[in-house]
Design a binder for this molecule. Structure first.
Ligand code: FDA
Length: 502
């Protein structure tokens, strides 16, 4: 079989990968990026690239006949999820393990295509606690500002926030938090808030105001395909192969050899091939990268990989909950899908939490306050390789979500007491008040300083690197993509200076 060889391969096109590919390209290194999902640039029959949460179709989910939105029901009715026809290479995937569903983006841009764009920088003390061997001074002086600039992070105009009906839901939840004695904070975002204001004035096509977010935004959001990846391809050195799954990695005399599967948008395997490279950067995300390395270790393709691969996984303590407001506290029927406020109770010594105030943009008044809380859960899961399915399996016990739920309960019980409100029981199935059995923020699996050295170099092998969220040990205290980006910038700067001198 004829095999192509390139100097550098980057697996995935999410945050870690996009940073790495841009810096490799700028250094003049010919780089191939391999992405499982599609390049989202062609409009469908409705003239739009992405579908909305209100009217999902096959573009919404990665090979599923039905949507798998985080809310199960509304008013206990099965109205949230929809049948979407023939399975297709859609943009949002939910990887279901026992007791934990992990949401990830699929396509050129990875999670940036489907996420809420929230771009907070972690509290320095917690960053230092989680990644003690990373020079925090350098991160906070250099790499966090760089990541923010490159990602196009911006903040809502405070006057707009105070008067617009599309953030009434955020202001109501903020007032309730303050009445209970909590602090709130404005969260920066990569969605262009000036665009949002023009949406409201009907000067531009609506996206955040048209229920678009977890199945992609047609406008307004500075996803990676518009920032890092556009710049990477612009170097003339970086190319992206889409609908290409890396299935295996091994080593030979020339370097690393990847086995690839090219699929079409219906999932049919069109061909299998091999690609060789000297330097290999893994940015397939926490689950994807961990699976590739575990498989390589357990099938003896890369037998010297560390026993730490597959360990240190966490959900960033994600837990969702919702409160039922009084009739005199409507949250608004037109809600921006882009969150902009959070309850910041991170300094609580027993129950630290950072709870983003989330929209419930279904076009009618719901009187619901919805939250995605990030908690400092100490629980960690681990992956093992199942040879009969050839997949990595996450071991996460049902009780491992309890610390996150206890923290969220402490916070929201206090708000409910202060306001005289209750939890909603109609949203998460089984009359539950809290849902901590899914996450948006999978982190860990190939932890920095454990499975890799302090710069993401995989232990036991030269010229093999991890660049993505799997480096972060399960928790970072805020929404994670700015941290993933900044860490990738720091690591590739070192690797370019020492391993890849050009
Ligand atoms: P990421 O997951 O972004 O990219 C990995 C890429 O690799 C994917 O494109 C995938 O298809 C590809 N891949 C995987 N396996 C492969 C294989 N075998 N071969 C080839 N390609 C492969 N964070 C935040 O900071 N603020 C927020 O507001 C939100 N909101 C949010 C909402 C939703 C719905 C989700 C799902 C997630 C968020 N997040 C978030 C989380 C954030 O998006 C996430 O942390 C980052 O995208 C992770 O970046 P990585 O670089 O680790 O990989």
């Amino acid at each position: 079989q004829k095999r192509t060889f390139v100097p550098a391969v980057v697996v995935g096109t999410g945050y870690g990968s996009a940073v790495t590919a841009l810096r490799l390209g700028e250094a003049g290194i010919t780089t191939t990026m391999l992405e499982l999902g599609q390049l989202w640039n062609k409009p469908g029959k409705d003239g739009k690239i992405f579908c909305s949460t209100l009217n999902p179709d096959s573009r919404s989910m990665w090979f599923s006949r039905r949507t798998k939105a985080p809310l199960d029901t509304f008013l206990w009715l099965d109205v949230v999820n929809r049948d979407i026809g023939t399975p297709y290479a859609g943009v949002l995937d939910r990887i279901d393990f026992p007791n934990m569903g992990v949401y990830v983006g699929r396509g050129v841009g990875g999670g940036s295509l489907v996420n809420g764009g929230m771009a907070p920088t972690p509290k320095r003390a917690y960053f230092e606690k989680m990644l003690p061997r990373v020079d925090a001074d350098q991160m906070y002086r250099r790499y966090f500002p760089l990541a923010n600039k490159m990602l196009g992070v911006n903040t809502i105009d405070p006057r707009y926030l105070e008067q617009t009906p599309v953030y009434r839901y955020a202001r109501v939840s903020r007032r309730h938090a303050h009445q209970a004695g909590f602090k709130t904070t404005v969260i920066p975002n990569v969605y262009d808030f000036r665009y949002l204001q023009r949406e409201e004035r009907n000067q531009v096509p609506r996206s955040a105001l048209a229920g678009e977010v977890i199945y992609g935004n047609n406008h307004g959001k500075q996803s990676l395909d518009k920032t890092y990846l556009a710049d990477a391809v612009g170097t003339g050195k970086v190319t992206i192969q889409t609908l290409t799954r890396v299935t295996a990695i091994r080593q030979d005399k020339t370097g690393y050899v990847l086995t690839l599967e090219k699929i079409d948008a219906s999932g049919k395997v069109l061909r299998r091939s091999e690609l060789g490279c000297e330097h290999l950067f893994l940015g397939a995300g926490s689950v994807g990268t961990t699976e590739l390395l575990l498989r390589a270790r357990e099938t003896d393709a890369l037998p010297n990989l560390s026993a730490a691969i597959g360990t240190g996984w966490g959900s960033n303590g994600n837990v969702m909950t919702s409160r039922a407001n009084h009739l005199w506290d409507p949250t608004g029927f037109l809600q921006s899908t882009i969150p902009t406020l959070a309850i910041d109770n991170w300094n609580d010594p027993i129950h630290p939490a950072f709870a983003e105030i989330a929209p419930l943009p279904i076009g009618i008044e719901t009187w619901a306050s919805l939250y995605l809380a990030i908690t400092a859960s100490p629980e960690r899961g681990r992956f093992s390789y199942n040879p009969s399915t050839d997949r990595a399996e996450l071991h996460w016990g049902a009780t491992q979500s309890n610390p996150s739920i206890a923290t969220a309960r402490a916070l929201f019980d206090r708000i409910n007491r202060a306001i005289g409100t209750t939890y909603r029981h109609d949203l998460f199935g089984g009359n539950r008040e809290f849902a901590a059995d899914f996450c948006y923020h999978p982190l860990g699996g190939c932890v920095l300083g454990k499975a890799t050295d302090d710069y993401g170099r995989v232990r036991g092998y030269r010229n093999l690197y991890v660049t993505d969220g799997s480096l972060i040990p399960g928790s970072i205290g805020v929404n994670p993509f700015v941290t993933i980006t900044a860490l990738a910038e720091r690591n590739i700067a070192r690797v370019l200076a020492t391993d890849l001198r050009t």
